[in-house]
Ligand binder design. Structure first.
Ligand code: GMT
Length: 376
């Protein structure tokens, strides 16, 4: 099958998922065409079945806002026509679903009916999409998609609650390639971060407000009073200066490191003992799943789809949003008990295996086959 994939090419979970899906489909013999404004960050190796088409947005002095959506729709038409694409799969509704609708209408004029699948990822529904500036277009373009998927049951329910959706939304959970997250810890690396055998706690995100990074710092301050430990922050974003300030105010700077955006997250996860995810909403929490695949237990909030992946008392613990006291208590309990920690490590890996790429990608293929009846 020839599949067009549209996504955000940056470090966000939706782009990571879309890229990993494209790579997996290419490995299975499908021809995959990425249509984005920049090479997706996880699209690094060469694969004969993968093609990349850049969306260029010409500027003009009249444009205070260059019309990206128009450029995207036109590029979709061009790529679909010239590469005989069978199906278009867009990730994140805004503005990909509406650009896909426009492309579909244009192609219909020349007799081609391109099936469009929209995968909803989270903030396109729960935050940005709900804004009344976008909501009518988001509702319309989701309804016009030939199929809709959501990355968790929670996101599916939220979508029905927030928008007037007239179609069935299929839940296809996010996935992880567990074989990629099976790295052995590099001792020398661990020693640099935790020279005296301290426990290593990790948080990885885009440092947006929704992640409540201040809670990560506050939890760590409490853990450190009881358990010798270090905190690693992976990623970057608007709340990072605030977190750095907090670390200075609480006198934690010797035990905290901001390592910025990292492509080889599996190396960092491999030396970690605990992952913290304090978000006020996560449709799924792909970062937590990647941690679990590396045998790292997760202490998270119980917001959104997180309870669908993190099992309380088994793979980690869940608390109400902002309950720093309880989350630090759970962390101290776990990090102070080696037997319990090892059991949770094994449980985390076992749970991640349920979401292995090999179990989830065929669900997308079955969905594609509803519209395009052909083998790779
Ligand atoms: O978390 C973000 O702000 C990034 C966002 C994205 O679109 O890249 O992540 C969303 O999609 C991920 C992949 O499906 C999910 O794992 C994240 O939970 C979801 N984020 C939110 O719902 C806040």
């Amino acid at each position: 099958m020839r599949i067009g994939i549209v996504c955000y090419p940056t470090f966000g979970g939706s782009g990571v998922l879309a890229t990993e899906l494209g790579k997996a489909l290419a490995d299975k013999g499908h021809q995959v065409h990425f249509i984005t404004y920049q090479q997706p960050v996880r699209l690094i190796e060469f694969n004969a079945n993968i093609f990349y088409h850049e969306v260029r947005v010409p500027t003009y002095p009249l444009f205070d806002f260059p019309p990206y959506e128009t450029a995207l729709a036109s590029t979709m038409v061009d790529v679909i026509t010239n590469n005989s694409i069978d199906l278009l799969h867009v990730h994140y509704a805004i503005p990909h679903a509406s650009a896909a609708f426009m492309a579909k209408q244009i192609l219909l004029k020349s007799g081609k009916n391109i099936p469009v699948i929209t995968t909803l990822h989270g903030t396109d529904i729960t935050l940005v999409g709900r804004d009344k500036t976008y909501a009518p277009v988001v509702t319309f373009s989701i309804n016009e998609s030939d199929a809709i998927t959501a990355v968790s049951q929670n996101l599916r329910d939220e979508t029905y609650r927030s928008f007037k959706i007239e179609k069935e939304i299929d839940v296809i959970h996010n996935f992880v390639d567990v074989s990629r997250f099976s790295k052995k810890p590099i001792d020398a690396f661990r020693k640099v971060i935790a020279p005296n055998g301290e426990k290593i706690i990790l948080h990885a995100s885009n440092f947006r407000k929704i992640k409540r990074v201040q809670d990560v710092v506050a939890i760590f301050a409490k853990i450190r009073e009881k358990v010798p430990s270090k905190l690693l922050f992976v990623g970057d974003g608007p709340e990072r200066p605030m977190a750095e300030n907090m670390c200075r105010e609480l006198n934690l700077c010797d035990d905290m490191r901001f390592v910025g955006r990292q492509e080889q997250i599996e190396e960092i996860l491999a030396i970690s003992d605990l992952f913290l995810l304090t978000s006020e909403y996560e449709s799924f929490g792909l970062a937590a799943l990647e941690a679990m695949a590396t045998r790292v237990p997760v202490i998270s909030t119980n917001a959104g789809g997180l309870p669908e992946i993190n099992i309380h008392g088994k793979t980690g613990f869940l608390s109400n949003i902002g309950n720093v006291e309880e989350m630090s208590g759970f962390a101290i309990e776990l990090l102070s008990n080696e037997e319990m920690l090892e059991q949770f490590r094994q449980n985390a890996r076992g749970q991640a295996e349920q979401f292995d790429i090999g179990n989830i990608v065929p669900q997308y293929e079955r969905l594609y086959n509803r519209f395009v009846k052909c083998l790779p």
